[in-house]
Ligand binder design. Structure first.
Ligand SMILES: Cc1cc2nc3c(=O)[nH]c(=O)nc-3n(C[C@H](O)[C@H](O)[C@H](O)COP(=O)(O)O)c2cc1C
Length: 150
């Protein structure tokens, strides 16, 4: 059985919930929370959107406060994120940058409010040299998606 890391950024808990569902479907899983300092974003969604947009524009992505585990021990990394303005949340960029030397497989799962357009393309772009497999939106059909990845 493959060793899997589920690395998740979740601002309001929805993506974290999906990470839990995936965790329940698999053995040999470690969970990593992609986290930034509490004052990085705002309680207000629109202000958070502005902050993230500025980070992207200036190519200044937020630092992570949790140490990223040694990813070489995993065969597959599942990266969870909410959709922010048709892209992954900016802490995911920092995470992907930190694992650029990883040679295993990476796939993203994401949650949104109905308009995900551009997310998957931007994820691939941010993933750089990583080996990216098909992504999954929402909380349905998770088992089928995981099967497809193996
Ligand atoms: C800054 C920001 C931007 C967002 N942009 C989008 C968007 O472009 N499309 C969309 O469908 N939902 C958007 N949403 C809604 C979130 O993707 C959705 O609520 C997600 O499930 C939240 O996940 P979380 O609880 O794990 O943080 C946005 C939310 C925030 C805070």
């Amino acid at each position: 059985m493959a060793n899997i890391l589920i690395a998740t950024y979740s601002r309001s808990g929805k993506t974290k919930g999906v990470a839990q569902m995936i965790n329940n479907l698999l053995d040999n899983v470690d969970m990593y929370q992609i986290e930034v300092a509490p004052d990085t974003f705002d309680r207000d969604m629109y202000k958070t959107d502005e902050i993230a947009t500025t980070q992207i524009k200036n190519n200044e992505y937020p630092e992570l406060i949790n140490e990223v585990p040694n990813v070489d021990q995993y065969d597959l990394i599942l990266v969870g994120s909410p959709v922010w303005r048709g892209a992954p949340a900016t802490p995911v960029h920092t995470f992907l940058e930190k694992i650029q030397s990883y040679s295993g497989k990476v796939a993203s799962f994401y949650t949104d409010a109905g308009t995900a357009n551009g997310y998957e393309e931007t994820f691939k772009q941010w993933a750089g040299k990583l080996n990216v497999l098909p992504a999954h939106e929402g909380s349905n059909d998770l088992a089928a998606w995981i099967k497809e990845l193996n």
